[in-house]
Ligand binder design. Structure first.
Ligand code: PA5
Length: 330
């Protein structure tokens, strides 16, 4: 078993860790901005889905600084390492503008600055890779939002997600994951999902295929993709037929029209692009359904790495780029 597969199998325990986390004492707010990048920033996308269900606003910021409109919102700076440049720039902006702030990190500058500048922080357990700490990071962000009163109590939905994921990761995992991985060998995965649960999960599939299988991938939200993406398969039929594989994530919570759009898109595309898989979400709550897609996508990414002889763990290109940026600054 690859070490990354071992880490993926920790996901239920990570979600249970978050469920047991005492509600953090943080400033109360009506809405929140989650600032974070990559494997950390996607926790903000999860939080936005949960908050939308509760009729509350969570905006996800994946860049430097903070948008000019941010004022009374709670800023949650989430960074696995604690050292990410863009996330620390958002902290600079929040401190300079007197915006309420909370950190979520394993350590690094976020935790150091929380101590020095006096803002609350939730430490998450250390681990080798941000993307393998998704349960910790998303769970901690949700608990911060619970503490702020942006969303209601999260423990039950975290426990439901843990149970659904545990079931999916049992044994060798569902055969669908291995089948999708086989059909994606030598192809660029195009992962489609409805706005909300499906598209956040589709983004996670893309980034896991990128980082674990070291392969290109794309994620397309529906209905938006019906207004552009579907036109792109016709000019070069050989390219579409030989180089791409589509995956459809179909969530039970999707708007009925999105369900129909997903089916029609699949039927239209099947003549041009091979379908690598259709995955239905499991579970009742949004969080469980989202993490059910995540569990299968994580397995697909590692199986694809295995089939193509790639080590899923290192992401040297990301580390080298960060080091180069840091060098040029000093
Ligand atoms: O998967 C990765 O390593 C990246 O996407 C990181 O998560 C991203 O670079 C941000 O780093 P951090 O999660 O430490 O803030």
């Amino acid at each position: 078993m690859t070490p990354m597969l071992d880490l993926i199998r920790e996901l239920p325990d990570q979600l249970r860790w978050a469920a047991a986390l005492e509600t953090p004492e943080v400033p109360v707010a009506d809405a929140a901005v989650i600032a974070g990048m990559g494997g950390s920033g996607i926790s903000g996308d999860v939080a936005a889905v949960v908050a939308a269900d509760a009729g509350r606003r969570v905006f996800v910021h994946k860049s430097y600084d903070l948008p000019a409109w941010v004022g009374d919102e709670l800023v949650v700076a989430v960074s696995h390492s604690g050292n990410t440049e863009e996330t620390n720039s958002a902290i600079d902006a929040a401190l300079a503008r007197g915006i309420p702030l909370v950190g979520v990190a394993t350590g690094g500058r976020v935790i150091d600055r929380a101590g020095a500048d006096g803002f609350p922080a939730v430490p998450v357990p250390p681990g080798p890779q941000p993307r393998a700490a998704f349960g910790y990071l998303a769970g901690a962000v949700l608990k911060v939002l619970e503490g702020a009163g942006v969303v209601g109590p999260q423990s039950d939905s975290l426990l439901e997600a843990a149970a659904v994921v545990e079931d999916l990761l049992d044994g060798d995992g569902p055969p669908i994951a291995a089948g999708i991985a086989e059909r994606l060998v030598g192809r660029v995965a195009y992962v489609y999902g409805g706005v909300g649960v499906g598209s956040v999960a589709a983004n996670r599939w893309k980034t896991q295929i990128n980082e674990n299988a070291k392969a290109p991938a794309a994620w397309i939200p529906l209905p938006e993709g019906n207004h552009n993406d579907i036109v792109g398969w016709t000019a070069d039929p050989a390219l579409s037929a030989d180089s791409v594989g589509s995956v459809f994530l179909e969530d039970g919570g999707d708007h009925p029209q999105i369900r129909r759009r997903s089916r029609f898109t699949r039927e239209l595309m099947e003549q041009l692009v091979p379908t690598a898989g259709v995955v239905a979400s499991r579970g009742t709550g949004s969080l469980a359904r989202l993490f059910s897609f995540v569990a299968i996508g994580d397995l697909v990414s590692v199986a694809l790495a295995d089939l193509t002889g790639v080590d899923p763990m290192p992401v040297d290109v990301i580390q080298n780029l960060k080091a180069r940026l840091a060098e040029e600054q000093s």
